[in-house]
Design a protein around this ligand. Sequence first.
Ligand code: MG
Length: 163
Amino acid sequence: MISQTMQDAINAQIKNEFYSAYLYLSMSAYFESLNMPGSAKWMRTQFGEEQTHALKMFDFINDRGGRVMLQAIDLPPSTFASPVAVWEMVLEHERKVTGLIYQLYAQAVKENDYAAQTFLAWFINEQVEEEKNASLMLERFKQAGGNAGTLLLFDGHFTKRGE
Ligand code: MG
């Protein structure tokens, strides 16, 4: 059985994962508006992955005999300064999410909740991937700078993601 504290903390993280999904969908809309279908698709794939994260937590609470309580999702930004600014925000956001997962893990350690520790280890590994991908994309877009041709070339490479 999951503790009330752990249940509350994971319920809050379900909301955070859905916020991540919503943020990436908003970024996808932004890239669509710039006619950058590759980046738009990358963000849309990310939107799907974040929902999967939320549902993993949803299932974990239920599997442990807890009760899922959904919370209001914050409104994400709908406009961004530039493609580079989007990738800067992605990296900053994923670092913040890593911190939130670490807090959950610390709570699991404090409670000697070994099932939660094992469950959360997957998310810790996932965050290493997320931060690595965000850093890579940010560097690529920074290198392109204001060069529209290079930006579109990069964008073309991302159309294959998720296929
Ligand atoms: Mg996530």
